[in-house]
Structures are given as structure tokens and as C-alpha cells.
Design a protein around this ligand. Sequence first.
Ligand code: NAD
Length: 299
Amino acid sequence: MDIKQITVAGSGVLGSQIAFQAAYKGFQVAVYDINDEVLEKSKNRMKQLEAFYQRDLDATPEELQEVYNRLFYSTNLGKATEKADLVIEAIPEVVQIKRDFYQELAKVAPKHTIFATNSSTLLPSQFAEATGRPEKFLALHFANEIWKNNTAEIMKHQTTEEQVFQTVIAFAKSIGMVALPIQKEQPGYVLNSLLVPLLESAEMLLVNEVAEIETIDKAWMIGTGAPLGPFAMLDVIGITTAYNIVKGKAEATGNPAYIKLSHLLKTNYIDHGKLGRSTGEGFYKYPNPSFIQPDFLKN
Ligand code: NAD
């Protein structure tokens, strides 16, 4: 099946980016959200994306103007999906909100329409039944700033049809993504399945006083040739996100190591406004962190 027309449901941070990118690549895109006020915000968000497309992709003013001719906005789910071959859901990461949404969507979307969730942490099988068409449902997960961080993790659940999987892989490529097919459900997809344990191991080495931040990063950078060590990566992700994850684990498990780590992140960093790259300081000081100095990897 060929995807020609798509609907993006939820026009927040990711929804606006997905809609803009698909329209930039020539697709007709309906953008759906719960009220006109939010849709107006989405239009502003998209306007702000123009500068990034010019800077990162050399987009011309004419190309950017064309994007708007392919976008259509609606707060009526039936209208927004009446011509959709694919609906990409990017609404809040709350199980009940998503489940209710899929039940409504199932009633109004055409029978042939494929549904895809952009959820970062929830699994498609949690909503497969609510969609009323589990075989035409899967995950299509983008990264923030999709025009340059252009991975698309496409993940089946147990009863996703192979043909649907292949169609969505082809669609992801056609909007400029590097498609990463994932054959089975996996919390965290591929990227976070690799990244989260790495970052957590680094944090544990620190909190258990095994080694200092720079030592840990140097070991990773020299040993693997990576341009950033785990603590430099955490500064990019943001220490608040790291703290929320660790705090959640501390509360869920009562594990003293997680409790100590969450305390360290809070008192040494968050309470001092050191949230990472975005605030100019986290584990390192920016714009000239020590790990970019020429002698950092030499001794
Ligand atoms: P966001 O809060 O910026 O946007 C959510 C949008 O959904 C809002 O515009 C809201 O009005 C709308 N919404 C709320 N209820 C709705 C409903 N019932 N129907 C339609 N729209 C509704 O959220 P976000 O950061 O764009 O995240 C959306 C999804 O994308 C989540 O599942 C998240 O896990 C995933 N995601 C986020 C990122 C990220 O970096 N922000 C990255 C990858 C994936």
C-alpha cells in the first residue's frame, strides 16, 4: 500500500515536527488536536521550525512556503482522518488518554487506515485492542528535532501485519528518516535499550565512588572512540530527565543505590540550577567543557 495522505494527532512538540517534516517531504498532512487554541500554538511552533530547516537542511523560502499548502488543521477527528492512509498519534504519554483516543479513532477512521503511535515508553500492545484493528497498528517513534535527528524506530507488536510494517518502513524513509525496523516489542526500542543501561552504569560508578566523572567519560571516549562520554551525554539529555528516571526507580525498588543517586543529582545539580547543557552547567561547564579540550584524552 502507498501512503499519500497522513494525519498527525496531537500537535505538541513532536506532533508539530512530524507534521512539518512530512509536509516538507511532499505529503498532504492533516493536523488534529483538541481545540483551536492548541492548533494556533502548533502553527507558531511550525513557523519557528523554518529557521532550523534553513540552517540545517538549506531549505529555500519557496520550499518552506510549499509546506503550508500541504497542511490542513482540524479539531474534528472524523474530518481530520477522512482521507488518511496513516494516522500518527503524538498525544500525551498517558495510558488512559491514548486508550480513549484510539477508541474514538477506531469509530471514525477509514477501514484501510494504518495507526501508529509515537509513544516513547508505552508499548503498542497496550492499545492494540482499543484500535479495533490490531493488525494495522504499530509504533513509529521519532526523536526530538526530527529533521536532523532523523531516526524512525518502527516497532511491531505481536499481531501487526508484515505488510503494514513494510509500508510504514517505506513511509519513514520517504520523509527523510533512517528507518530502524524492530521486529518485536521492546520497551525503550533499540536506542534507549542501549543508552539507558550505559548511562545508569556510569551514574552508579560515580555514586559508588568508583571513579570520577572525567575518568569515566575518558574511559568510554578512548575505549570506544565515541565523541562524548556518558556524563557529557547526560548533560545533553538534561539532568532533570535523569533525575526523574532514577527517582522513579528509587521509589519503585527502595534500592539504596538509586536513593543515594537521586539525592546526589538533586542536591549537587538540580538544586543549584545545574541542569545540563541548556543551563550552561551540568556535569561540565559550557560552552567550553573540559572534554573538548585538546589534552583531555591525553592524560
Ligand atoms: P506535548 O505535550 O508537547 O503534545 C501533546 C499534544 O497532544 C498537545 O498538543 C495536546 O493538546 C494534545 N492532546 C492532548 N489530548 C489529546 C487528545 N485526546 N487528542 C488529540 N490530541 C490531544 O507532547 P510531546 O512531547 O509532543 O509527546 C507526544 C508523544 O510523543 C508522547 O507519546 C511522547 O512519548 C512521544 N515522544 C516525545 C518526544 C519528545 O522529545 N518530546 C520524543 C519522542 C516521542
